[in-house]
Ligand binder design. Structure first.
Ligand SMILES: Cc1ncc(COP(=O)(O)O)c(C=O)c1O
Length: 379
């Protein structure tokens, strides 16, 4: 028997209620049956995003939402600032470059959050910067960037938008879109909202909509003004991914029953227990400051390849975690506690790590990390 445990930072496990809801027969996206379904989803997303702004629903992965956050609001040659502290920060730069923007990067050492003062400094010295791009949770390094602090800086600049990739942070962190003044926030389905891959969500502020009027970049599929008009009629511009949206409403019910603050607390507790448990085994955290509640990045012990730990977890014990990305490949492995995750996911992960490391000849006292996690997670 090969029982599988999905503990990756996306895709994440999908609750059976959601899977069952998605097994219902297909309904037509322009029929009266579907309009209330989309209405419910749109309102639920506003609740998760903590915003009164429209939250667009796109049929794409999260990266599609990131692309739309660039090509709908900016113009060729426009200067923007990208906070690049990992693989997904790099992606903002690549998208901006591919649309002919002029991104300037603040390079952040992997494993650390950006110092908000460097953003303040860059903006005060160059008034031509029209956008600041960042990740909330940089999944490749396990870092949470201080979105509240960054928003309060960017807010001072009337012509500059603040754009947050919250793809892995959504529901794992308390992200107050309206209160803090985030102009564009991007989410994805296969992470905290407990759905299969295939949906991107993007909230857009009035400040951003005003700037969209001046954008000269090509847009067809990801045309946000068109999507906004469709959303007002409880539709999407093209064929709606009806199955995923029906699933989203079921996920929303689960999250609403738990309560948003409790959802954040759960993620925080699971993340904390994971970190303390792996440190008790003698492992070092890759994230040196401001760890994400979504994923824990762990340094592989000297002489052991991080990819081998990841592979062994999967092939020997059926646990799908994640390896390292980019320059962290081989050096780290990552454990997620995101979405449909609870205390026994953490205990499974920690037990698996102990067993894999012992199997690879690393000195581990079995149960050390598990006991620490149990103490922190006991009801
Ligand atoms: C922070 C972050 N940004 C962007 C992405 C890309 O999302 P997708 O693979 O859904 O396009 C991911 C997915 O891993 C992510 O974690």
């Amino acid at each position: 028997m090969g029982k599988r445990y999905l503990l990756a930072p996306g895709p994440t496990p999908v609750p059976s209620e959601v899977l069952l809801a998605m097994a219902a027969p297909i309904i037509h996206h322009r029929s009266p049956d579907f309009l209330p379904v989309l209405d419910e989803a749109a309102k639920g997303l506003q609740w998760i995003f903590q915003t009164k702004n429209d939250v667009l629903i796109l049929c794409s992965t999260g990266t599609g939402g990131m692309v739309g956050a660039v090509n709908n609001f900016f113009s060729r040659g426009e200067k923007v600032l990208v906070i690049n502290g990992g693989k997904f920060g790099e992606r903002w730069t690549e998208i901006c470059q591919s649309y002919g923007l002029a991104p300037r990067e603040i390079m952040v050492e992997w494993g650390y959050p950006v110092d908000p003062e460097t953003v303040e400094d860059a903006l005060s010295k160059d008034k031509d910067i029209k956008g600041v791009f960042v990740q909330a949770s940089e999944t490749s390094t396990g870092v949470y960037h201080d979105i509240a602090a960054l928003a309060s800086i960017v807010k001072k600049y009337d012509d500059t938008l603040f754009i947050v990739d919250a793809i892995s942070a959504l529901v794992a962190h308390d992200l107050r879109t309206d209160e803090w003044g985030v102009d564009i926030m991007v989410g994805g389905s296969q992470k905290g909202v407990m759905l299969p891959p295939g949906l991107a969500f993007v909230s857009v502020s009035e400040k951003a909509w005003a700037k969209a009027e001046k954008s000269d970049l090509p847009k067809f599929y990801f045309n946000f003004k068109k999507e906004r008009k469709s959303l007002a009629k409880n539709q999407t511009s093209f064929t709606s991914p009806v199955t995923l949206i029906i699933g989203l409403n079921e996920s929303l019910k689960i999250l609403q029953a738990e309560g948003l603050q409790n959802v954040f607390k759960r993620h925080e507790l699971l993340a904390q227990a994971t970190r303390k448990a792996v440190q008790a085994i003698g492992l070092e955290l890759y994230t040196k400051k401001s760890p994400s509640n979504a994923v824990t990045a762990i340094v592989a012990p000297a002489g052991i390849d991080g990819q081998e730990i990841y592979k062994n977890l999967r092939t020997t014990y059926g646990i799908t975690a994640a390896g390292g990305q980019g320059k962290a490949r081989g050096k780290i492995f990552r454990i997620a506690h995101l979405g449909y995750a609870d205390r026994f996911d953490v205990i499974t992960a920690v037990a698996g790590i102990e067993m894999v490391l012992k199997g690879m000849g690393h000195p581990v006292q079995l149960g050390t990390g598990v006991a620490v996690a149990q103490e922190l997670l006991i009801a």
